[in-house]
Design a binder for this molecule. Structure first.
Ligand SMILES: Cc1cc2nc3c(=O)[nH]c(=O)nc-3n(C[C@H](O)[C@H](O)[C@H](O)COP(=O)(O)OP(=O)(O)OC[C@H]3O[C@@H](n4cnc5c(N)ncnc54)[C@H](O)[C@@H]3O)c2cc1C
Length: 369
């Protein structure tokens, strides 16, 4: 092990001056004190005491992003430090104590310190939240987003090789695989839904998907009945996001929601069978949630009738995982920052809207029939 807080001195070594972020920021350990643990605060402090303030602030941002990407949720302020330099100044110390966590949640992880400014979710280990506080680290929003994309590519592409090169076994790699770039890392914050009744006619076969620009705004207008449509938007106000004016006679329901991405490890516990959202949750892109739940219920009834409940769990878990994967792929496509993906998605959506048999095929796939 290489110690960065000691250096050779004669036949032995001397300690270098080292201060933890915990001491620097004058922090305490109680539950309420923990609320004050913050990367932006540390970045501001570095700006005052570091010999290379901008560089250290950006490096701290990278470390914060890395911790989010590998689910290192033990990134408390004692695991950050500065070292004294020969010129009696301070520099951010080399990074240490990075441990991918065993968190099984697919969609939601929190760092130990505030890492963004998303209201109520300031510790959210998520791209949106990390980018939201970019200015505290001397970074612009776009610059921060590009940096995260690049870091994610590197982490996803190389983590396994690194584990193996440094002596980890294939089993070690499997054990931490779920910690790396967890599926919720790219989830957006608040989406919205509105069910409205329209005045006048609306083609009930018409499914309208609007993607305003790469990563900007996704709006789905889906007919439910002859004069009733559902609007789903990647913003918090579905009606304000409407890309074309609609003659709305009555708003039946409006709500905001956050996308979950969860699946129970087994759909069978004792005498209880899990089905529907209790077994799986994913984004509404693709409109498969309720349908998948109805399929589960049908399969569960058949399994109970035939006495074959064990295979119910196995089979439905595989089907659920497939639907979740497809739904996530679709969500990533419609909310992608890439201009190419954006163009391809719009082309595909245009084809679905224009070609009736293709439209019916997509609708049939969405409803499992
Ligand atoms: C915005 C949005 C849009 C969607 N769009 C679509 C779509 O277009 N197509 C599609 O197929 N799906 C869609 N879905 C998903 C769909 O709504 C859900 O998958 C479906 O409602 C799940 O049904 P469920 O019966 O499993 O769970 P739920 O509908 O959540 O029902 C569970 C019920 O149990 C009750 N409950 C909970 N705890 C207790 C308790 N302890 N005791 C007693 N009762 C309890 C709850 O109050 C609730 O009534 C969408 C979801 C969202 C959020």
């Amino acid at each position: 092990m290489k110690r960065f807080d000691q250096e050779p001195w004669g036949n032995g070594s001397i300690r270098r001056l080292r201060l933890s972020a915990h001491s620097l920021l004058g922090l305490e350990e109680s539950v309420t004190d923990r609320l004050g643990w913050s990367y932006p605060d540390l970045a501001h402090l570095l700006r005052r005491i570091s010999s290379t303030p901008g560089e250290d602030a950006t490096e701290l941002f990278r470390r914060m992003v890395f911790n989010a990407l590998v689910s290192n949720t033990d990134d408390h302020p004692r695991n950050h430090a500065v070292l004294g330099t020969d010129t009696r100044q301070w520099r951010l110390s080399p990074v240490f104590d990075l441990v991918p966590s065993n968190d099984r949640s697919l969609d939601d992880r929190s760092l130990a310190m505030t890492c963004g400014v998303t209201p109520g979710r300031e510790r959210w280990a998520n791209r949106l939240n990390l980018v939201s506080g970019a200015q505290h680290f001397d970074l612009g929003i776009e610059e921060a987003d590009t940096l995260i994309t690049r870091m994610k590519e590197i982490v996803v592409g190389r983590w396994e090789d690194h584990v193996r090169i440094h002596g980890g076994t294939a089993q070690d790699a499997r054990n931490i695989a779920h910690a790396i770039a967890y599926p919720g890392f790219d989830l957006s914050a608040e989406w919205s839904i509105a069910d409205v009744e329209l005045e006048g006619a609306f083609d009930p076969e018409q499914v309208t998907v609007h993607i305003q620009g790469p990563g900007e705004l996704f709006v789905l207008v889906l007919p439910i009945e002859a004069r009733r449509v559902r609007i789903v938007s990647s913003t918090s106000d579905a009606l304000a996001a409407l890309p074309v004016p609609m003659n709305i006679a009555r708003v039946r329901r409006m709500a905001t929601f956050t996308i979950s991405l969860r699946q129970a490890e087994t759909y069978l516990r004792g005498r209880v069978l899990l089905a529907g959202d209790a077994a799986h949750c994913h984004s509404p892109v693709g409109g498969r949630g309720m349908n998948l739940g109805i399929d589960d219920a049908f399969a569960a009834a058949r399994a109970v009738h035939s006495g074959d409940v064990a295979t119910y769990s196995q089979k439905r878990h595989i089907i659920g995982a497939k639907v979740m994967k497809a739904s996530e792929a679709a969500r990533k496509m419609v909310t992608s920052n890439s201009r190419l993906v954006h163009l391809l998605t719009q082309g595909a959506m245009g084809a679905v809207q224009a070609v009736a048999p293709l439209r019916r095929l997509v609708m049939a796939k969405m409803s499992s029939f």
